[in-house]
Design a protein around this ligand. Structure first.
Ligand code: GLN
Length: 240
């Protein structure tokens, strides 16, 4: 089997170790004998339907977000991403990438940046810098990560939240929600990078990608996750 990981704006949106998510997806698939191709889709690239089996969209500062927001709209990539998610293609987005998948992101300076309205959410930059370790209770169990954002994200319907904050700030530091999940697309504020310490989520993304691509149920063979789960547990016992 083969899986193509679409790295959205990897040259512009990849802060706080977010590229580690690409490495984790690639290795966990390859360790199971799955061929992996990683394709960067940035401002110079054309995207077509069926090009990508898993989307990853990392974090970035306001300046990069402004560039990316206009490309998502003008290049048609935003429309394609929405269509692909609608048919079940999995997606993971973190922080700045997550913010651009909502309705809009209002930075400190300048006009609102339009999002693609994949998630029923909007984000407004704040004077608070939300930094630190985060632990969230989700459908995947506890997820652990590191957050660093000033943007506060508000969900238009709480039922789409990825989970409830146990430790940390989450979407906005007030309503205890963290992230958003719609079909197989996830947005969150968990840098770190997220997937090395949360192998269950990495495998869920790979499984969903293969099931959509090959049209059948896929059961991934288990891997030796002792180190990953030790790191996960350590983070929970220290921070959560
Ligand atoms: N500029 C956005 C914020 O600070 C996103 C930053 C990031 O991706 N860490 O909220």
């Amino acid at each position: 089997m083969k899986v193509t990981i679409g790295y959205l704006y990897g040259d512009l949106m990849n802060i706080y170790g977010d590229t580690g998510n690409i490495i984790t997806l690639k290795k966990r698939a390859e360790w199971r004998g799955i061929n992996v191709v990683v394709k960067n889709f940035s401002t110079a690239n054309i995207m077509k339907k069926n090009d990508v089996d898993i989307f990853f969209f990392g974090g970035g500062q306001d300046q990069q977000q402004s560039l990316v927001a206009s490309d998502l709209a003008s290049s048609g990539k935003g429309k394609i991403i929405k269509q692909e998610v609608e048919r079940g293609v999995p997606l993971l987005s973190v922080c700045g990438g997550y913010q651009l998948l909502g309705e809009y992101y209002k930075p400190h300076r300048g006009p609102k940046l339009p999002g693609i309205s994949l998630f029923p959410a909007y984000t407004v930059a704040s004077d608070d810098r939300m930094i630190g370790n985060i632990v969230v209770e989700t459908q995947f169990g506890k997820l652990v990560g590191f957050e660093n954002h000033s943007g506060k994200t508000y969900l238009k319907d709480g039922e789409y939240s990825l989970g409830i904050v146990i430790k940390g700030f989450g979407n906005n530091g007030a309503d205890t929600t963290e992230g958003c999940i719609y079909k197989n697309a996830i947005g969150c504020y968990m840098h770190g990078s997220l997937l090395p310490k949360n192998p269950i989520l990495a495998d869920w993304l790979i499984k969903k990608a293969l099931e959509v691509k090959y049209g059948k149920e896929i059961n991934l063979e288990p891997l030796d996750d002792d180190f990953e789960l030790l790191a996960h547990q350590q983070a929970i016992s220290r921070f959560g």
